[in-house]
Ligand binder design. Structure first.
Ligand SMILES: Nc1ncnc2c1ncn2[C@@H]1O[C@H](COP(=O)(O)OP(=O)(O)OP(=O)(O)O)[C@@H](O)[C@H]1O
Ligand SMILES: [Mg+2]
Length: 266
């Protein structure tokens, strides 16, 4: 990846490692994450799967430094992502679950907004970065469109392009294939794998998408009720015997013993 034109000189652009140790998160008296520990190796695609409400997005927000842990630590190349003094020593970008595009801005302006506001580069360089990201995601023809004029798949690609403009060493994706048809989901999975390969960017993907996890994930973690049940390669995951994990990966519809009757009240 091209050397960034940030005011801070990030001379080391190598992919970063992520270390999560004993992480717990409580909101009020609800414990959402319990003693989660994991290591993400520089340059790998690490997928976090788990049922709805198991704490995946909360975990990703902790890794991104958007929210502080109740206990435990997150370290990115040994640095605390919440520490403003060291925060710009690595480049991190988060692709939000709902895209988080600004509806009143064109696709081009959505991509250019953050680097312009934070004066990451001279305007000309920001323009070049935006155009390059649009080209990589095949969005050149959508530059002048507004989010309301885009399909779900295009919005996902715009959100990825916006992250790419940050020239990240660590890309975090929250449900990048949700609400997409199987072909578009496969396309997004290919894009994630290609970006990781071309730019050697360490990648963490939160996803329900089993095909994505088993196809492009170097390792897959399963989070259930805030606890890590397993961290495995795709091959190992097929041999896991934990009945909850097996049921999560291969749910059977059972009309004689329906699960909806066993849903926990919130
Ligand atoms: N800011 C917050 N304040 C209070 N509770 C929260 C907050 N953010 C998340 N939670 C709670 O934490 C739990 C886990 O939420 P999270 O969004 O991480 O789930 P998830 O695994 O990402 O689910 P999904 O697959 O549906 O996106 C939920 O019960 C949610 O209500
Ligand atoms: Mg979520």
């Amino acid at each position: 990846m091209k050397k960034p034109c940030s005011t801070q000189d990030r001379s080391d652009r190598s992919p970063v490692g992520v270390e999560v140790s004993g992480l717990s998160k409580k909101y009020g008296n609800q414990t959402v994450l319990r003693d989660v520990s994991l290591s993400v190796v520089p340059g790998e695609i690490f997928v976090i799967m788990g049922p709805s409400g198991s704490g995946k997005s909360v975990l990703l927000r902790q890794i991104a430094g958007l929210d502080s842990p109740t206990a435990g630590t997150v370290r990115i190349n040994g640095l605390d992502p919440m520490n403003p003094e060291t925060r710009d020593r690595f480049a991190l970008a988060l692709v939000f679950q709902a895209g988080a595009l600004f509806n009143s801005l064109s696709v081009y302006d959505n991509l250019a907004l953050y680097p312009l506001e934070h004066r990451l580069c001279p305007k000309k360089d920001i323009h070049d970065r935006v155009m390059r990201a649009l080209k990589i995601l095949s969005l050149e023809n959508a530059a002048k469109k507004f989010p309301s004029e885009l399909s779900g798949g295009m919005k996902k690609r715009v959100a990825i392009a916006r992250a790419l403009v940050m020239e990240p060493q660590l890309m975090l994706y929250d449900e990048p294939t949700s609400e997409l048809d199987p072909v578009m989901s496969a396309t997004i999975s290919e894009i994630i794998a290609t970006l990781k390969h071309e730019f050697q960017v360490t990648t963490i993907v939160v996803s329900h998408d089993r095909d994505l996890a088993l196809t492009i994930g170097d390792r897959v973690a399963i989070l259930m009720k805030g606890e890590l049940r397993t961290v495995s390669t795709a091959a190992e995951l097929r041999r896991v015997t934990d009945p909850d994990v097996v049921d999560f990966l291969n749910p059977q519809i059972d009309l004689k013993n329906p699960r909806y009757q066993k849903l926990e009240a919130l």
